[in-house]
Write a protein that binds this ligand. Structure first.
Ligand SMILES: Cc1cc2nc3c(=O)[nH]c(=O)nc-3n(C[C@H](O)[C@H](O)[C@H](O)COP(=O)(O)O)c2cc1C
Length: 170
């Protein structure tokens, strides 16, 4: 599968099969995260992967779709150990972790799995469930598993609405 095909095929999946993910696939997925670029090559991402049924359900209860995300074979808590900002003023942590997470999402797609980014969650509850230290920032959750449905088309703006050349022209 080409990168373009994986990008086109990826979608936010909110229904999963009750089927575990093979270790070989998990290895490929986290290898893709490992290869992500990061500011100053800090590689500050840390992933806590809930696969135990009870632990997973407890994490799912912290989200906006507990039933749907509780079905996924894995719920990934994507964290960062970096508190730095870049010279441009932006925080490193959410950017580095997000790039690695999208590597995960696209690789999962290539392997016949599906994902969903989850920003609607109670971070302090997730911290408790997964014993994540207080100095670690929890950036996002991601559901990962075999899909129980197909891609639902979502809309996108045409490129001309968000790209201009040489000077701001929107
Ligand atoms: C940073 C981020 C946070 C998101 N948080 C949630 C969420 O909490 N719950 C959810 O069901 N979907 C969530 N989504 C999925 C978006 O709703 C979805 O990407 C968007 O509607 C486009 O649909 P598609 O991914 O299927 O193309 C999130 C996506 C991103 C990128």
């Amino acid at each position: 599968m080409t990168v373009a095909e994986a990008i086109a095929k990826r979608y936010s999946c909110r229904a999963y099969q009750d089927k575990p993910i093979e270790q070989e696939k998990l290895d490929k997925i986290f290898e893709a995260a490992r290869m992500a670029p990061s500011a100053k090559n800090l590689q500050d991402w840390r992933f806590v992967v809930a696969t135990d049924k009870q632990c997973k359900q407890q994490v799912a209860e912290c989200t906006n779709h507990p039933n749907a995300f509780g079905q996924a074979a894995a719920l990934i808590a994507a964290c960062s150990v970096c508190k730095d900002t870049m010279r441009c003023g932006q925080q490193i942590a959410p950017i580095d972790v997000s790039i690695a997470l999208e590597h995960i999402a696209l690789t999962a797609t290539e392997l016949g799995l599906a994902t969903c980014w989850i920003g609607s969650f109670d971070a302090e509850k997730v911290r408790q469930v997964l014993a994540i230290p207080k100095e670690v920032v929890i950036i996002e959750l991601m559901a990962l598993g075999y899909p129980a449905n197909g891609k639902r088309q979502t809309t996108r703006e045409p490129v001309k609405n968000f790209v201009c050349f040489d000077k701001w022209n929107f």
